[in-house]
Design a binder for this molecule. Structure first.
Ligand SMILES: [Zn+2]
Length: 244
């Protein structure tokens, strides 16, 4: 049994830290890797503007999509509206959780419209700060999204008719089964951690898969899968609590 890895990047925006993303883009080109990127459709969060904005942002994304990358819709404006932790109970702020259904639907629809117009809407949702609630899921379903990039455990599972692909930590655990999503925020990564992660990617090239393959991996045993999901939820909550 081997662990498969999906490499996920949050906060992909025109003004992101392109200089830090460059080594990842280079290794993806060299090894033909399909990354998962979370794009903010209409970024209003100034903390995500850290380098000069890229004028060819959407064209660049279309090029990546053509190479097999999966483009997720990372919220709408990335402005946090509430302090809700949401269903997963791990974030401390949310662009969606806690807002009325109609408001959430409107934000998600606006974001989808931009992604559609630019030709990069893949029907995948990545919640800012991992925070969403039952109304978010309902609105996503109504807008024909098929999958979300968060959840507990090591295998994709069904949440209210959407596929949830678990995402646990920023570092690989390598437990030897299922798929681990490694969640990276390049804007705040140090050069050392970038070098380390690029090294990890090279070393594990044969185990790195794209989003479509990741959601297709099935557990051989439903009981084992449920147990692992339960345990990871328990362990992660304690881990985050300890870290404060
Ligand atoms: Zn984000």
């Amino acid at each position: 049994m081997t662990t498969r890895y999906l490499i996920r990047f949050d906060d992909i925006t025109p003004g992101m830290a392109w200089s830090k993303f460059k080594p990842f883009e280079a290794v993806a080109d060299e090894l033909n890797l399909p990354f998962l990127v979370g794009v903010v459709p209409d970024c209003r969060d100034q903390s995500l503007v850290v380098e000069p904005e890229r004028a060819d942002f959407w064209a660049w994304l279309r090029e990546k999509a053509a190479k097999g990358w999966t483009i997720a819709q990372h919220g709408y404006t990335h402005i946090y509206a509430t302090k809700e932790r949401g269903l997963l109970g791990i974030g401390r702020k949310s662009e969606f959780a806690g807002l009325p259904y109609a408001k959430q639907f409107e934000k998600l629809a606006n974001g989808k419209e931009i992604m559609m117009r630019e030709g990069v809407w893949h029907g995948v949702f990545m919640a800012p700060s991992h925070s969403f609630d039952a109304n978010t899921l309902k609105a996503l379903k109504a807008l024909d999204f098929s999958a979300i990039t968060d959840g507990y455990g090591f295998f994709a599972y069904d949440v209210d008719g959407l596929i949830a692909l678990p995402q646990l930590l920023a570092r690989p655990l390598g437990l030897g089964l299922g798929v681990e999503t490694i969640c990276l925020h390049v804007n705040t990564m140090s050069d050392a951690s970038i070098a380390r992660m690029v090294g990890f990617i090279r070393e594990h090239r044969s185990s790195i898969i794209g989003f479509g393959d990741a959601i297709a991996i099935e557990s051989k045993s439903v009981l084992v899968e449920q147990f692992l999901r339960f345990m990871s939820q328990f362990a992660l909550r304690s881990y985050r609590r300890v870290r404060g």
